[in-house]
Ligand binder design. Structure first.
Ligand code: NDP
Length: 258
């Protein structure tokens, strides 16, 4: 069923790819992020509508809620806005970076989900089902050195999703977690390393086939388009070259015989 969906973090990477795919599948998409110019360009190209909101701002999210509720029921929410800041040890990591990661990954997801649940209930009543899809990370399941604040925030976001599923049990609302491994998006590592392009590029160097934003969008939309009684609780999606956050093959994959 193609209904109305809000996608956060829609101005780049996985969110942008998800908007494109959902529009191609006939969904009415409201694209949300902070950078208006990018949202406007995406909307012009895809026919999505857009709303500027910082998910770490109570006022912005209240305005988003008012906008959504004034324009009809909502059938799905894709909580994708998020990111990593730094790759430092627990000992050396900046408390400010940790704070920002909690603000966007945990509290941003909590804030938007809470704000939009009433509209999602309207959508579920109308269509028989509604979805809350949250993009966490394998960093929300497996620790890695330097993961510190990102691991802690994504583990917390995973916990939020698990609690939400329990709390919504009995309602026709699916709660889906998409946990990607390495995805080569334009900005994720650049943001993580404060704009250091060489360090960002090194993350993906010689990795045979990191995931693309389109790969993750496919997983998100697949979960949303399954029959309404099927809930994909957790989808872990990684490149073949990645066995764990800290175990990435570089160079061509090759069969290894014992
Ligand atoms: P990008 O950096 O490309 O995209 C992040 C998006 O979030 C942008 O659209 C950004 O838009 C938005 N955003 C950031 N902060 C805020 C905020 N405060 N309020 C509203 N929007 C915000 O990263 P990816 O597409 O790679 O990542 C998307 C999600 O996937 C994140 O949650 C990330 O943690 C997760 N993930 C990414 C992986 C990867 O390897 N790339 C792996 C696993 C998970 P704007 O700046 O315009 O607000």
């Amino acid at each position: 069923m193609a209904g109305r969906v809000v996608v956060t973090g829609a101005s780049s990477g996985i969110g942008e790819a998800t908007v494109r795919l959902l529009r191609g599948r006939g969904w009415d998409v409201l694209a949300v992020a902070r950078r208006e110019d990018r949202l406007r360009a995406l909307a012009d190209e895809t026919g999505a509508t857009w709303f500027r909101a910082d998910v770490t701002s109570d006022d912005d999210v209240a305005a988003l809620r008012a906008h959504v509720e004034s324009t009809g029921p909502l059938h799905a929410l894709v909580n994708n806005a998020g990111g990593a800041f730094g790759l430092d040890s627990v000992e050396a990591g900046s408390v400010d970076d940790w704070q920002r990661m909690f603000d966007v990954n945990v509290l941003g997801t909590k804030r938007v989900t809470a704000a939009l649940l009433p509209a999602l209930r309207d959508g579920a009543e109308e269509a028989g089902v509604a979805d809350v899809v949250t993009v966490t990370s394998i960093a929300g399941h497996v620790a890695y050195e330097g993961g510190g604040g990102y691991n802690a925030s994504k583990f917390a976001e995973h916990a939020l999703v698990a609690v939400l599923r329990l709390e919504l049990a009995g309602e026709p609302i699916r709660v889906v977690e998409i946990a990607p491994g390495m995805v080569q998006t334009e900005e994720f590592s650049l943001v993580r390393f404060g704009g250091d392009q060489a360090r960002a590029d090194a993350v993906y160097a010689d990795v045979p086939g990191p995931l693309t934003a389109d790969d993750v969008a496919e997983s998100i939309v697949h979960a949303m388009e399954l029959p309404s009684h099927v809930n994909l609780d957790l989808v872990t999606v990684k490149p073949v070259a990645q066995a764990a956050p800290h175990r990435v093959a570089r160079g061509a994959l090759a069969v290894r015989r014992p």
